[in-house]
Design a binder for this molecule. Structure first.
Ligand code: ACO
Length: 374
């Protein structure tokens, strides 16, 4: 039988750090509120486009696997903050990498985009369509954040990471996947202003209003990730105490604690990055996985549980069996240009471009109408 081993990994975090204190310079919020409600202390703001973060992360993952860009047969770009709709983002990464033999596709399931992409690429390798793939989780939410809305502006950050999958005969990689979607909860998380539905509204990217029912998403996230994790463990015949590491979506420390509690897995076995990167949507799981490897938290042969949820509300949980190698085969020289502005300066630049007609977020929401088709 063919499996899809994870043989390469690499992250690309923008260097500019936005602290809770920075946020409180323009929002009515505090370090105490953000830390106690979410566990977040800092997040990153990108000074480059998402495609550039993705290309550096992918180049690092490819070198880590001991491959070259020309070896790659598929690029899957998991994101909900694409710079363009047509052409797709994966083709831009293909071009920048010089991965001329790779098919290229985007997947958008919001915060679960990386894991849905991992599941898709694994299936394509296991069925013999391709021999290898790069799967990217990347997000540049700062560009379309409504920075006047404290309910959401404090929660998100930018970042990217990628993994390389390769066909193998040994039982490795994703060995179980449970995916689903609570579509009746679509209105709990909606970014008004991004997408064709808003094409007649004379709205530019960056001028958005977020519908965001935090407490409802919170409850549903804990339930969906817990159910999916229980089901994937059952499907694979693995007990909670056989899980060596949990690498969850990082939307809120309290959500992660809830999921770990339901699963019966101690927090010592949970990889956390939420305190320093916030919620990077589809990038959170791969970035946390890369950091777990770099910190020596992934042992050869480890069993890793990866639950996530996102707008839709999509949800999933995957069980990964790690191989014997936990160190890179090679290193890439790919790097970002230095940031010449602080994170607060970058955010203030975005804020200055938002709402150019003097509309408040509430006004924008009214302009777009309170009703959207489900
Ligand atoms: N600073 C200060 N006060 C704030 C802030 C802020 N940044 N944001 C909201 N508040 C206020 C509200 O106005 C409200 O005030 P009120 O009670 O006077 O009306 C109060 O704080 C709300 O407090 P709580 O209900 O206690 O907040 P809660 O504990 O539910 O935490 C939070 C809110 C953090 C949003 C939580 O519900 C949550 O994490 N939900 C899930 C969010 C999430 O997962 N988002 C990602 C979605 S999917 C994806 O990953 C893309």
């Amino acid at each position: 039988m063919t499996y899809a081993a994870i043989t390469g990994w690499g992250a690309c975090m923008p260097p500019a750090v936005l602290t809770n204190g920075d946020l409180s310079t323009f929002l009515e919020t505090s370090d105490e509120w953000i830390t106690s409600r979410t566990g977040m202390r800092e997040r990153r703001i990108s000074h480059v486009p998402a495609a550039e973060l993705s290309t550096v992360a992918a180049a690092r993952a490819i070198a880590c696997a001991g491959l070259t860009a020309a070896d790659i047969e598929l690029i899957v770009y998991g994101s909900c903050s694409n710079e363009e709709q047509v052409p797709n983002s994966a083709s831009g990464v293909q071009l920048a990498l010089g991965a001329t033999h790779a098919a290229a596709m985007d997947i958008n399931t919001a915060c679960t985009s990386f894991l849905y992409g991992l599941s898709t690429a694994t299936a394509m390798i296991r069925t013999g369509v391709v021999k290898n793939a790069v799967v990217i989780g990347v997000e540049l939410i700062s560009r379309y954040m409504d920075w006047s809305n404290r309910n959401v502006a404090v929660l998100f950050g930018d970042g990217a990471a990628a993994v390389v999958l390769q066909a193998t005969d040994t039982e490795e990689g994703v060995v179980g996947s449970v995916l689903g979607c609570d579509a009746e909860a679509r209105p709990t998380l909606r970014v008004r202003g991004v997408g064709l539905a808003y094409s007649g509204c004379n709205i530019t990217l960056g001028d958005t209003a977020w519908d965001f029912d935090g407490p409802q998403i919170f409850k549903r996230a804990v339930r969906a990730m817990s159910d999916a994790s229980g089901r994937v463990l059952h499907q694979c015949g693995v007990t909670a105490d056989q899980v060596d590491l949990v690498v969850p979506h990082q939307a809120n420390l309290r959500i992660i604690e809830g999921v770990a509690k339901y699963a019966g897995i101690p927090m010592e076995k949970v990889m956390l990055t939420v305190q320093k990167y916030g919620n990077m949507s589809s990038a959170t799981v791969p970035v946390a996985l890369v950091e777990a490897l770099e910190q020596g938290r992934v042992a050869p042969g480890a069993t890793i549980l990866m639950p996530a949820f996102g707008g839709g509300l999509t949800w999933c949980s995957m069980l990964v069996k790690w191989g014997q190698r936990v160190t890179p085969l090679g290193q890439s020289s790919a790097a970002l240009p230095p940031a010449t502005k602080t994170a607060l300066e970058l955010v203030n630049d975005i804020r200055a471009t938002q709402d150019p007609h003097g509309r408040s977020a509430a006004g924008l929401s009214r302009a777009l109408g309170s009703e959207m088709p489900a």
